[in-house]
Design a protein around this ligand. Structure first.
Ligand code: IPM
Ligand code: MG
Length: 401
């Protein structure tokens, strides 16, 4: 027996979702240009600790951020604001992925430094509300999730441009239990949303002389949305005749990242949301683990910088929060510096991170009291940044490796 009523109820939900997405498309058509940070009277940076180890590693990264922006802060050109309320307890209390008052505060900032937040899943003690991350990316239209991974000694220099507001994530909390036996999720690709992420990847490749862009989809199977992604890439690529590009399927690309012969050829990847989520964890593992990777979530008006890993509540439950490694959040600070045009600071911070966590390792992070605390590590980074011979030291390690 076909349950016609269930079909009708699902169709109504479907209709509502379509309407919302088409309204969104209209907004995308009218979106403004990228904010020019140099033209602002004052740059406002919100700091949101998040859950679990988030507040610990975020505070350590904030020390480094304030060190690098000390002159601007003193001159009143940069203001740092602590933004509370993004905790899982608070989100559950108001049953929203981001409480309204917190969202309002976030929207008054230009940039956000955000610690990991707990994402409830089915079976957790928390109600299964939408992820704060995903909600923030959507609310602030942070469409480009930029994730660099570099292992100089292996010739790896990758930058991932993960689409951040569409794909399987856009309606990830709006799927339909059509009947007890049939569940359906949705995956979306808009022309505008697809074009802007692909263009961001190609622009980056052009500006940074990367010369090569790889599109990653599963367009042989997910024919409509991924097919659209690929079609648009073909069009966009015509505007960048000097950049070589190719397309790969996600399954073989996960293998190629492990192919020592081939992987160092890749430079820039552009990919839909879910594939980007998965492939960047794999790439980060090659670099030394998800704890080493930072992530820039860029939109034209707002930008948010975060770790790519979760909130590790167990570490805090066991009283080890202060020993969590803040490298990923410090990497997020380097991405922030580059984004606001302080490229030299970003580059130096990257070198200091390599020196402190991979090469010199005067302090070891063990995640417990046998190692250093996150704040001690941040101090070590700041001392290293002050070294006149930082670049020389960094190069000597790279050449030795
Ligand atoms: C990431 C994370 C998030 C995602 C989670 C926490 C919602 O895995 O930033 O990659 O899936 O995007
Ligand atoms: Mg992820």
């Amino acid at each position: 027996m076909i349950d016609e009523k269930a079909i009708q109820a699902a169709q109504e939900t479907y209709g509502k979702l379509l309407r919302e997405q088409l309204e969104r498309v209209e907004r995308l058509k009218n979106e403004g240009d990228w904010v020019d940070y140099s033209k602002l009277d004052k740059l406002i940076i919100g700091v949101c600790g998040g859950d679990g180890i988030g507040p610990y590693i975020c505070a350590s990264a904030q020390l480094v951020m304030e060190y690098l922006l000390a002159d601007e802060i003193k001159a009143g050109k940069v203001e740092i604001r602590q933004i509370d309320g993004l905790t899982i307890e608070r989100r559950v209390e108001v049953m929203k992925p981001i409480p309204d008052d917190t969202l309002e505060e976030l929207k008054k900032c230009h940039l956000i430094l955000k610690g990991p937040t707990t994402t409830p899943k089915k079976g957790d003690p928390w109600p299964n509300i939408e992820s704060a991350n995903v909600a923030m990316r959507k609310e602030l239209d942070l469409f480009a999730n930029v994730r660099p991974v570099s292992v100089p000694e292996l010739g790896i220099d990758w930058t991932f441009f993960r689409e951040n507001t569409e794909g399987g994530y856009a309606l990830g909390s709006d799927g339909v239990h059509v009947t007890e036996d049939l569940a359906m999720d949705f995956c979306i690709a808009t022309a505008q949303g697809t074009e802007r992420i692909i263009r961001a990847g190609f622009d980056f490749a052009e500006k940074n002389n990367k010369g090569y862009v790889s599109l990653v989809t599963k367009a042989n199977i997910i024919k409509t949305t991924d097919g659209r992604f690929l079609d648009i890439a073909e069009e966009v690529a015509k505007d960048y005749p000097d950049i070589k590009w190719d397309d790969w399927f996600i399954d073989i690309m996960t293998a190629k990242l492990l192919d020592e012969e081939r992987r160092s050829d890749f430079r820039v990847f552009v990919l839909p949301n879910l594939y980007g989520d998965i492939l960047t964890d794999e790439a980060a593992q090659i670099q030394g683990g998800v704890g080493t990777a930072g992530s820039a979530n860029l939109g034209k008006r707002y930008a948010m910088f975060e770790a790519i890993h979760g909130s590790a509540p167990r570490m805090v439950a066991e009283g080890r929060g202060q020993y969590a490694d803040p490298s990923s959040m410090i990497k997020a600070v380097s991405l922030m510096m580059t984004h606001i045009g302080k490229t030299e600071e970003g580059r130096k911070l990257d070198m200091a991170l390599d020196v402190c966590s991979q090469f010199e390792r005067k302090l070891k992070m063990t995640g417990r009291d046998t190692g250093a605390t996150g704040d001690e590590f941040a101090e070590y980074i700041m001392e290293t940044l002050q070294r006149d011979d930082l670049e020389k030291v960094w190069k000597s390690y790279i050449n030795k490796a």
